[in-house]
Ligand binder design. Structure first.
Ligand code: NAD
Length: 337
């Protein structure tokens, strides 16, 4: 199938090209992200391959359908950037990669938590300047602390298990479905409000939906423990950033580690080091000594990129052959979970 790959980076090209030797699709690697102004680049292709910050709203999907595109292949797990109702109405199939490597994201989450709590980036910056003073680098043991995991699917379950069995945390969880294996291990499912009120550490692993949008907001932070640490490797809009900044300023929030940010589409995945960033909220966030931000890289392991490429190209091959699309998402049904 002819596939227009939007928002291509070097690593996309490398891993998709390697995996494509087994499929033989005709891949056109395009640097621009997909949005209303770039949709026409899909002309002559039956499929588009996109990532988290490409914009697949009604106008873009209509433009794609008019150009003869039949398949949208997301090379990621989340699909909150796709207007699925419109895709369904237009007969555009949407596939994703539901589980390319939950370990990649779970391990990065734990890494962020440790780096935040033990001030590792700050320590490294000091050592590089031959400053070996330890003031301001005091952390806390994870053992014995209460960690709240919101969303215990593939990634959240791994994080919960690691915090419980690896670090000796007390682990609370909140999800719309309970994982019996986690319960058997000793994870305690509680209502979200209780989790927010009792946790020293809150880590977010649920999808972005109307129910989870801004689940960490001013009200939630009011309920939270003094000095709560928050980690988000899921989706930026789970957190109301303005409320988070207020919480940091008042010391209610003791530390934040983010791999995702509400308005990341304007920033992430690009080198903006020579530009004046216009997002004042984001810039304010970066000024806190107890905030650590990475640019949506939790997924970025060789294993994950290989799995993403293979699953994406397999879905495209299935669509071409008229086979069942096991990783399809529609407005009504999410397969592959
Ligand atoms: P998953 O579908 O396996 O798990 C999501 C869990 O959230 C499920 O158990 C689901 O029941 C639960 N959930 C749904 N609604 C909820 C609610 N209202 N409250 C609490 N829990 C709720 O997904 P996953 O593979 O574990 O991925 C989790 C999230 O991580 C994804 O939504 C994706 O956005 C994000 N992600 C980020 C990166 C990254 O690089 N930073 C990479 C992959 C995935």
């Amino acid at each position: 199938m002819r596939v227009a790959v939007f928002g291509t980076k070097g690593y996309d090209r490398q891993f998709l090209t390697e995996a494509n030797t087994a499929f033989g699709h005709r891949l056109t690697f395009l640097e621009p992200r997909l949005d209303a102004s770039t949709a026409r680049l899909a002309e002559g292709h039956q499929a588009v391959c996109v990532f988290v910050n490409d914009r697949l709203d009604a106008a873009v999907l209509e433009a794609l359908a008019e150009l003869g595109v039949r398949l949208v292949a997301l090379r990621c797990a989340g699909y909150n950037n796709v207007d699925l109702r419109t895709a369904d109405r237009l007969g555009l199939a949407v596939v994703r990669v539901p589980a390319y490597s939950p370990e990649a994201v779970a391990e990065f989450t734990i890494g962020l938590l440790l780096a935040l709590d033990r001030r590792i980036p700050r320590a490294w910056a000091r050592v590089r300047e031959n400053n070996f003073a330890l003031d301001g680098l005091i952390g806390r043991n994870l053992a014995g602390r209460t960690a709240g995991v919101i969303g215990t699917g593939r990634i959240g379950a791994l994080v919960a298990r690691t915090l419980l069995l690896g670090f000796g945390c007390r682990v609370l969880a909140s999800d719309v479905v309970e994982d019996p294996e986690l319960v058997a291990m000793g994870v305690l499912y509680v209502p979200r409000e209780e989790l927010l009120a009792e946790s020293d550490i809150i880590t977010l692993h649920c999808p972005l939906t109307p129910d989870t949008h801004h689940l960490v907001d001013a009200v939630a932070l009011e309920r939270a423990q003094e000095g709560v640490q928050i980690v988000n490797t899921s989706r930026g809009a789970l957190i109301d950033t303005t409320a988070l900044i207020a919480g940091l300023k008042s010391h209610k929030v003791g530390g934040v580690a983010l791999d995702v940010y509400e308005q990341e589409a304007d920033l992430f995945f690009e080198n903006l080091s020579d530009e004046i960033v216009q997002d004042d909220v984001f810039q304010r966030l970066l000024t806190f000594p107890n905030v650590l931000v990475t640019g949506h890289q939790a997924f970025l392991t060789e294993e994950a990129l290989t799995a993403i490429a293979t699953t994406t190209l397999q879905s495209i091959a299935d669509a071409e052959a008229g086979r069942e699309l096991v990783n399809r998402v529609t407005a009504a049904v999410v397969v592959g979970r």
